[in-house]
Write a protein that binds this ligand. Structure first.
Ligand SMILES: [Zn+2]
Length: 289
């Protein structure tokens, strides 16, 4: 079973949890760490001979085009993580279209690849921003991986279909690849897609969840993490205890956990784990199913 490994390439000041305003002028004055953090990720993937999908923030592509070329030269898949890390449900459809087009241009300018897979900042395609899928299809995207089928204070669509599915929109279909969850009971699921859940909880939690998904349900998982989550020296930007725990707890053990995950499970790009040819059966929207 090949699972998808994805990396959201952004700076340490971009996580929505930190509440840093989307003021691009202010971002430029903050020290950049994304290059060394992402190179560390590239080294780990190289050691394990794993290809992954890199969802690149358009702003980062503009600032660090050589990094994007380096990711592409290493054989990884280039995808889009918006331009300015704005939560989709805070935008109007027009602003979302503008941000997405700007991101596509910045990424294509940096490395020559027009991305066809999208991930929204903080999984912010929810029931109230479901309209975004039509705009993504209109902008040429064939895959989206922005929906977490769980309940969370900032993201998630509780009860959303847990497996990859073709979603029809007036601008054409888009293949939705939700983040991995493990089924606990008929109505309860647990998030096991990595990121904060891998960092904050014992390794055995994620490993058991992925095994359940791969072996009992015979489904590939879509997992993710951020380069800054592997950097014990990452500048700490919040004083809120809850935000600080959510953002920084477990960073020192994260690289070791990731290496263990790469040793215990098979991973590749989104395209390899979720090929478009296999999902020719269009399904109706599954919110609440
Ligand atoms: Zn992000």
């Amino acid at each position: 079973m090949i699972n998808a490994l994805s990396i959201d390439v952004e700076e340490y000041f971009h996580p929505s949890e930190l509440g840093i305003p989307p003021d691009v002028a202010r971002w430029r004055s903050m020290p950049s760490h994304v290059v060394e953090q992402t190179r560390e990720v590239l080294d780990i993937l190289d050691r394990h001979s794993v290809s992954a999908t890199f969802f690149i923030l358009g702003w980062v592509a503009e600032q660090q085009p050589e990094l994007i070329r380096q990711i592409q030269r290493a054989g990884h898949e280039i995808a889009c993580h918006s331009y300015a890390h704005r939560l989709v449900y805070d935008l109007t459809p027009a602003k979302f279209r503008e941000d997405t087009s700007k991101a596509v241009r910045a990424i294509a300018d940096a490395c020559g690849v027009v991305p066809t897979a999208y991930r929204a900042p903080s999984y912010s395609i929810t029931e109230r921003s479901f309209w975004a899928l039509e705009i993504l299809a209109e902008c040429g995207f064939t895959r989206d991986s922005s929906i977490y089928p769980i309940a969370h204070d900032r993201y998630g669509i509780r009860g959303f279909h847990r497996f990859a599915q073709q979603i029809p929109t007036p601008s054409g279909p888009i293949y939705e690849i939700p983040m991995a969850t493990a089924k606990l009971s008929r109505t309860r699921v647990a998030p096991v897609a990595g990121g904060g859940y891998l960092r904050l909880l014992p390794y055995a939690y994620t490993a058991a969840g992925l095994r359940k998904l791969n072996q009992e349900e015979q489904r590939p998982a879509c997992c993710y993490f951020h380069p800054w989550e592997l950097d014990p020296e990452v500048p700490r930007l919040t004083r809120s205890r809850v935000s600080s725990w959510r953002t920084y707890h477990g960073i020192t053990g994260m690289a070791r956990k990731l290496e263990r995950l790469l040793g215990d499970f098979r991973f590749s790009t989104l395209s390899a784990a979720f090929p478009l040819a296999l999902e020719a059966r269009p399904k109706a929207l599954a919110v609440g199913a």
